[in-house]
Structures are given as structure tokens and as C-alpha cells.
Design a protein around this ligand. Structure first.
Ligand SMILES: CC(C)(COP(=O)(O)OP(=O)(O)OC[C@H]1O[C@@H](n2cnc3c(N)ncnc32)[C@H](O)[C@@H]1OP(=O)(O)O)[C@@H](O)C(=O)NCCC(=O)NCCS
Length: 153
């Protein structure tokens, strides 16, 4: 398996939305409008992972360069491609991009019960900073709470 990585382009939106809905059922998926906003924002980056030109995962992040703080908005991998190290590579690529523009710290939020994502972030060097009670509107995986996690670059 040879996975390719590249910066997203606007025409990736439909495939990005398909991956999002494969990862999160029903109301728990981000809307296509929100994903379009993340994709188009000028202070953000989306990197996609491809297998034979099919989009199988992505990461979306943004940064406030004036404060030196970045934020990982989401990372999704199609179920059939999970646990092959692809999300970890996407995080590394976003961190390299952030470092190149002078970002010193990356923040993110993750549902307190999302064990795969928490493991991914911990193993990528992120540490728990705080608990955010009722951070999410919907209860999913039995929780509305999030952990705020951070990493100094
Ligand atoms: C969370 C998610 C992005 C991880 O993607 P992935 O490509 O499978 O992750 P990786 O293969 O890069 O794994 C990174 C580390 O996390 C660990 N990990 C990943 N999934 C795991 C699981 N289900 N259980 C335990 N550990 C897990 C891996 O073993 C790996 O550990 P290592 O550093 O010791 O090698 C993926 O499960 C996913 O898309 N989930 C649904 C969407 C989601 O919840 N996104 C996060 C939103 S905050």
C-alpha cells in the first residue's frame, strides 16, 4: 500500500464529506458547509491522504500566526485504512507546516470517550490541558465533554 499526501483543493470537498460521514454517523458528522469553511479559510490548511487517487483521509487545521498558536480542527481516516499510521503522518505534516510559519503551540479538543483519537494525539506528543464540560452539543460515545490537549512545537 502506497499512500500519497498532498494539500487539498476545492474539488476534494465531496470526497472529504464522504470520509466524514463514513467516520461519524448522522448528526455527528460535520456538515458539508462547515467542511467547506475549513477548506477555504485563508488561515487554514487541509492535507489529504490518497490511495490510487481515492481520498481515504484528511486533516484540517488553522492558525493564528500573530499569537503563534495553531489548532487541529479534525482528522478522519476511512474505517478500512485505520491503524496503519496514516493519521499520525497527517499530524506530522500539519505540524511541519505550522513550524514553518512560526507557530509555537498547537491546541485541539477531543471527546473524552474517543479512545482511538486520544491515543493518536497522546502518541503524537499532545498532553491533557483541561476538561471542557458539555463542549459538544450532542452526546456521542456516551459523552458531551472534551479534553483540551496541547503540544509545544
Ligand atoms: C482517530 C483516527 C483519526 C486515528 O486514525 P488512524 O490512522 O487509525 O491512526 P494511526 O494509525 O496513525 O494511529 C496512531 C496511534 O494511535 C493508535 N490507535 C489508533 N487507533 C486506535 C484504536 N482504535 N485503539 C487503540 N489505539 C489506537 C495506534 O496504535 C497508533 O499508536 P502508535 O503511535 O503506538 O503506533 C481514526 O480512528 C478515525 O478516523 N476515527 C474517526 C474520526 C475521529 O474520531 N476523528 C478524531 C476527531 S477529534
Amino acid at each position: 500500500m502506497s499512500i500519497q499526501y498532498r494539500k487539498a483543493v476545492f474539488s476534494d470537498l465531496n470526497e472529504i464529506y464522504s470520509v466524514e460521514t463514513a467516520c461519524f454517523p448522522g448528526v455527528y458528522a460535520y456538515s458539508k458547509d462547515l467542511l467547506r469553511y475549513f477548506l477555504e479559510r485563508i488561515d487554514g490548511w487541509t492535507i489529504v491522504a490518497l490511495d490510487s487517487n481515492c481520498l481515504i483521509g484528511f486533516i484540517m487545521a488553522s492558525a493564528d500566526a500573530s499569537k503563534g498558536i495553531g489548532h487541529i480542527d479534525t482528522v478522519d481516516i476511512l474505517p478500512a485504512y485505520k491503524q496503519r499510521g496514516i493519521a499520525k503522518i497527517l499530524i506530522k505534516k500539519i505540524e511541519d507546516k505550522m513550524k514553518s510559519i512560526g507557530i509555537k503551540k498547537i491546541q485541539l479538543e477531543v471527546r473524552t470517550t474517543n479512545t482511538p483519537a486520544i491515543t493518536l494525539y497522546k502518541n503524537s506528543g499532545y498532553i491533557f490541558e483541561k476538561v471542557l464540560k458539555d463542549y459538544y452539543f450532542h452526546s456521542y460515545l456516551d459523552s458531551r465533554d472534551a479534553y483540551g490537549m496541547v503540544k509545544d512545537l
